[in-house]
Write a protein that binds this ligand. Structure first.
Ligand code: AMP
Ligand code: MG
Length: 427
């Protein structure tokens, strides 16, 4: 076993890995398909939003001065000269003593400078009183201030201004804003394709009968799911047997991807064939990272036909190790390719309710459940046995508690930092 000092810290491994990645090139997509992607160029508004002064309420467009002193006891009567629905423009000016019945969103006609909502008129009465309506007048029960209930032209977006800057992740609200300026397509950083290869003679694809001594391929699926969750496009290549020929052939199938992820075959005592092939087909380093689970890690690049470098992340085989390693190294790589720098997850400081042993000077990522107590503080409970082969320990968890390298144990009552796995942002 390597001495502890020759292990590299998590941060160093991540830094070395991220040096291989950059933002991918832009692509043009239908608006809705770009959800979750990063805008590649500033989007500038071609016109004002709203494009015209318009009413925020159903009511009457009036000259505010006409309504001065109006009250329920002393209503002001105005002549209704038109009925205006949203989507139509009235050119006729509203003169003194006049009003236009107007629906939310309709442009304010010239001459009017306030909207009196129905509630401040005898509209309800007009509704049931045919005679009042036919008389073509309305009674205003409250004085209106100039500008009341008018949404001003350009108050949301001004023509020529940047509505969404390059680099912004498109959420539903951004998609809506882009639609509001009439766009059907948008230029975003494309999603990375991540090829995923499992290795090992014992690994069997789900759906096939399980022979004695074999196990089903969990890693390809958990990692593919993480790739998709973090914004990449997973491509499962299948399973490579522990032979030079098969492994070499399967790796080559993945070289048109933006990144190749393999699992297993990187630990000491493994069939050397995996290491040999990885080292021969590319420039691959084998690292021991000062972390648990997931000490062994391979990283480097293959050269695809044509000379393009394809970064390769070689995850450990144990299912929890492979997920935790992907979380720490794969997620930042995908985010970087997407043009995002916000890959760091939110953390909370929680009070441990367990004794967590960390005897070997590595950083321990303990699977735990973080909940808020009745006292408003966060508490962390381990999900149970922490074996790196026990994927259910990961499934039960919503967080990874981080026990630092130099902390041999966390005791019940100690505050520990927890990486929240299901939170996109700090609350
Ligand atoms: P290795 O890195 O090849 O020594 O594998 C470490 C452990 O992870 C072994 O118990 C393997 O059987 C297991 N393992 C490797 N690949 C997978 C996989 N794709 N799915 C589930 N378990 C795996
Ligand atoms: Mg193996």
């Amino acid at each position: 076993m390597l001495p502890v000092t020759s292990m590299i810290p998590v941060e160093e491994a991540r830094e070395r890995i991220l040096a291989y990645f950059g933002r991918l090139e832009p692509e043009r997509k239908p608006l809705l398909d770009a959800l979750g992607q990063v805008l590649a160029e500033d989007v500038v508004a071609p016109f004002d939003i709203p494009p015209l002064d318009n009413t925020a309420m159903d009511g009457y467009a009036v000259r505010a001065a006409d309504t001065a002193g109006a009250s329920e006891a002393a209503p002001v009567q105005l002549r209704v000269i038109a009925d205006l629905a949203a989507g139509y423009v009235l050119e006729t000016p509203v003169g003194p003593g006049e009003a236009v019945r107007i629906m939310t969103g309709a442009p304010v006609p010239p001459g009017a400078d306030a909207i009196v909502p129905f509630e401040e008129t005898d509209e309800a009465l007009r509704g049931i009183n045919e005679a009042a309506r036919k008389a073509g007048s309305v009674r205003v029960l409250k004085a209106a201030n100039p500008g009341a209930n008018i949404r001003r032209r350009g108050e949301d977006v001004q023509a020529g201004s940047t509505v969404i800057p390059a680099g912004r992740v498109l959420r539903p609200s951004e998609i809506g804003v882009l639609a509001s300026i009439g766009l059907t397509h948008v230029t975003v950083i494309r999603r990375p394709v991540v090829a995923i290869l499992s290795t090992g003679d014992e690994i069997t694809p789900p759906g096939e009968p399980l022979l004695p001594g074999r196990i089903y391929d969990a890693n390809a699926y958990s990692v593919a799911a993480l790739v998709r969750k973090y914004g990449g496009i997973p491509r499962i290549l299948g399973i490579a047997r522990d032979t030079v020929e098969d492994l070499t052939a399967k790796i080559r199938e993945g070289l048109d991807a933006d990144m190749l992820v393999t699992s297993a075959g990187v630990s000491r005592g493994d069939f050397d064939v995996v290491k040999d092939v990885l080292a021969r087909e590319g420039n691959i380093d084998f690292w021991t990272v000062r972390m648990r689970p997931g000490k062994p890690l391979a990283f480097g690049a293959f050269t695809a036909p044509g000379g393009r470098k394809v970064p390769h992340l070689g995850l450990p085989g144990n299912p929890v190790s492979s997920m935790v390693s992907f979380e720490l190294f794969g997620r930042p790589a995908i985010f970087t390719m997407l043009g995002r720098s916000d890959w760091e997850r939110p953390t909370v400081r929680a009070i441990s309710r367990d004794y967590v042993r960390n005897p070997d000077g590595r950083r321990f990522y303990a699977r735990c459940i973080v909940t808020r107590g009745d006292d408003g503080r966060w508490y962390a409970d381990l999900t149970g046995p922490q074996g790196s082969g026990m994927l259910t320990s990961m499934s039960a968890a919503n967080a990874l508690a981080v026990i630092p390298e130099d902390v041999p144990a966390a005791n019940p009552g100690d505050e520990i930092e927890c990486i929240m796995l299901d939170w996109e942002h700090a609350p």
